[in-house]
Design a protein around this ligand. Structure first.
Ligand code: V47
Ligand code: SF4
Length: 395
């Protein structure tokens, strides 16, 4: 890939884009108009070089991953998000699963001898999973394994259970912290702007409520992630509006760790007629996010969703984190059509995937403390992962 300086010296480069790039290199913040310009006029090579420059300045070759597992309490949900492969199941509840406390603790205990550092808990919204249920669950996990980081639930669940439990967002988040919640994942954000959200988000919390709940959590000194579901019916300006709101809240609290763009997948949901974005669009999305979110430390590619090959390429487009080694791909995504053929990725595979593009694999915990630097750890070469075109993945 060309360096940003080579591209800036090219007589072919559009003057407006050149001005934006120079601003970024001077570490000045770009405006929403300039963000839209990047999407509309920025060629892939230009966006990639600029995003890669920022990524390298912040992290060098370091590329983070963690060892975690996912716990999905239920795949049935009260809401009816049109992009979700779960929402139809509420009518056929018997086809789904609804774990009890004991069943969830049995899943947690399955990992007792595994070197995982985090459990990521997220699923559908149902009345029996109320404030008491979740505070009991977090307490039970912490009593059983105090060092396991509990990254759990999103403002979608919190808004629902706090309303039902008649507590404010501030009181509710405090109760969660006391029960053992360590951090919040980035889900439920979708697209904040009501013009799109009202069409796809099935009646769940608004964009503002999502932001308010994260703000309350940050005020307690705690950290969270943020996502955006892109590549469906939204326009570029909706994406920039979303990034803008995240950037503003981050200015206020500094509580976000990572931004994760989530590519819309179109299988088994009510939006199957909406085509998925191309890989070029995906690379552009990640690069613009890295350029626009100047106050976020990390940009993550969630490989079970985007595909391993694209995740590997994204390491040159602003991404410095590719999430976890999961031995059981979360069902939400496999139902939506992602990574069906190859659900698992071992630590060895993940490390080799990162090394094969010349980066340094660093296992981190949820808060980005280094667990192990794999740069000089030699694994046997993984025949499945050489370069970009290897496995028959979906995208
Ligand atoms: O909010 C659901 C998305 C999200 C589809 O914080 C879909 O570390 C694409 O937020 N196509 C939940 N996306 C997952 C999530 C997440 C994942 C990994 C790591 C972290 C983190 C957070 O999944 C939902 C929604 O935006 N989703 N259906 C679909 N058909
Ligand atoms: Fe429920 Fe979440 Fe699916 Fe929406 S995306 S229907 S809130 S599980």
């Amino acid at each position: 890939m060309n360096s940003i300086q080579t591209i800036l010296n090219s007589p072919r480069l559009n003057k407006e884009l050149k001005a934006v790039a120079e601003k970024v290199l001077r570490k000045e913040r770009i405006s929403s108009e300039e963000g839209i310009l990047l999407f509309e006029k920025g060629e892939l090579g230009f966006l990639g070089a600029l995003a890669n420059h920022i990524r390298n300045e912040r992290h060098g070759d370091k590329t983070y991953f963690n060892r975690n597992f996912h716990l999905e309490p239920t795949n049935v949900c009260l809401y009816t998000c049109t992009f979700c492969s779960y929402s139809r199941l509420i009518k056929k509840r018997s086809e789904g699963w609804e774990y009890t406390m004991e069943e969830m603790m049995d899943i947690i205990k399955k990992y007792d001898d595994e070197p995982v550092t985090e459990v990521h808990i997220v699923g559908g919204v149902l009345p029996q999973y109320d404030l008491k249920f979740y505070t009991d669950l977090f307490r039970a996990i912490k009593a059983h394994r105090p060092d396991l980081h509990v990254k759990a639930l999103t403002p979608v669940e919190y808004h629902y259970i706090f309303k039902k439990g008649k507590v404010s967002y501030a009181e509710g988040m405090k109760l969660m912290k006391e029960a053992g919640l360590d951090s919040m994942p980035g889900g439920g954000a979708e697209i904040f702007h009501p013009e799109i959200r009202d069409q796809i988000a099935g009646g769940k919390c608004s964009g503002q409520q999502w932001l308010d709940i994260h703000e309350e959590w940050h005020k307690l000194g705690m950290r969270s992630n943020a996502t955006m579901l892109y590549g469906h019916i939204e326009k570029y300006w909706h994406r920039i509006d979303h990034l803008d709101k995240l950037r503003d809240l981050q200015d206020k609290t500094g509580g976000f760790q990572t931004f994760i763009p989530l590519k819309f997948r179109n299988q088994n949901n009510q939006m199957s007629d909406v085509p998925e974005s191309t890989v070029i669009e995906d690379l552009k999305m990640y690069a613009v996010a890295r350029i626009y979110l100047d106050n976020f430390d990390h940009v993550k590619a969630y490989w079970p969703m985007i595909g391993r090959n694209t995740a590997q390429m994204l390491l040159g487009f602003g991404v410095d984190d590719i999430d976890g080694t999961i031995d059981d791909t979360t069902k939400i995504y496999s139902m939506a059509g992602a990574e069906e053929q190859t659900p698992a990725m071992s630590t060895r595979e993940l490390v080799n995937l990162i090394k094969n593009v010349g980066r340094k694999p660093i296992e981190r915990d949820t808060l980005y403390n280094v667990v192990q630097d794999y740069t000089d750890v030699e694994f046997e070469e993984d025949k499945q992962f050489r370069g970009y075109v290897s496995l028959p993945v979906v995208n």
